[in-house]
Design a protein. Structure first.
Length: 142
């Protein structure tokens, strides 16, 4: 399927007075390959498009791929990526919050069990003291 991405890339470069040699250097791509992409001699690779978009983040990706819309975005493409990172971080925070709540509820259970053990221990010690107290008092008296 033939696309016209190369024509829109060429248009973008011309409109923004971009020097292809400098772009090739920044993208770490052979300038001959870049000229071939821009002139439609070879189909542009996705990895090359990604590099171009990272260097020129305000290019409208929808316009580049379809010709629909304006050439430039008001907000760069990586602002969206930052939002995705933020959303992922929020999800992780929510997961950590749930884990902490889990630990708190388990901690409450452990504290209740510990308190029950303490109460039972006190009862057992009291009974032991009473038993020894009765027995030791009988020995003292007798």
């Amino acid at each position: 399927m033939k696309t016209f991405v190369h024509l829109r890339l060429k248009q973008y470069i011309e409109q923004h007075d971009i020097v292809v040699e400098k772009v090739a250097q920044r993208m770490q791509v052979n300038k001959g390959s870049l000229y071939n992409y821009f002139n439609g001699k070879t189909e542009i690779k996705l990895s090359v498009l990604e590099k171009f978009i990272k260097i020129y983040p305000t290019i409208n990706i929808i316009w580049l791929m379809s010709g629909v819309g304006q050439m430039d975005n008001e907000v760069d493409n990586f602002a969206r990526e930052d939002n995705d990172k933020y959303d992922n971080l929020c999800k992780k925070c929510e997961e950590y919050k749930n884990i902490i709540e889990d630990y708190r509820s388990h901690n409450k259970l452990l504290q209740q069990n510990l308190e029950n053990c303490r109460v039972n221990l006190e009862k057992a010690l009291k009974e032991l003291r009473e038993f020894r107290g009765d027995d030791s008092e009988k020995r003292k008296v007798g």
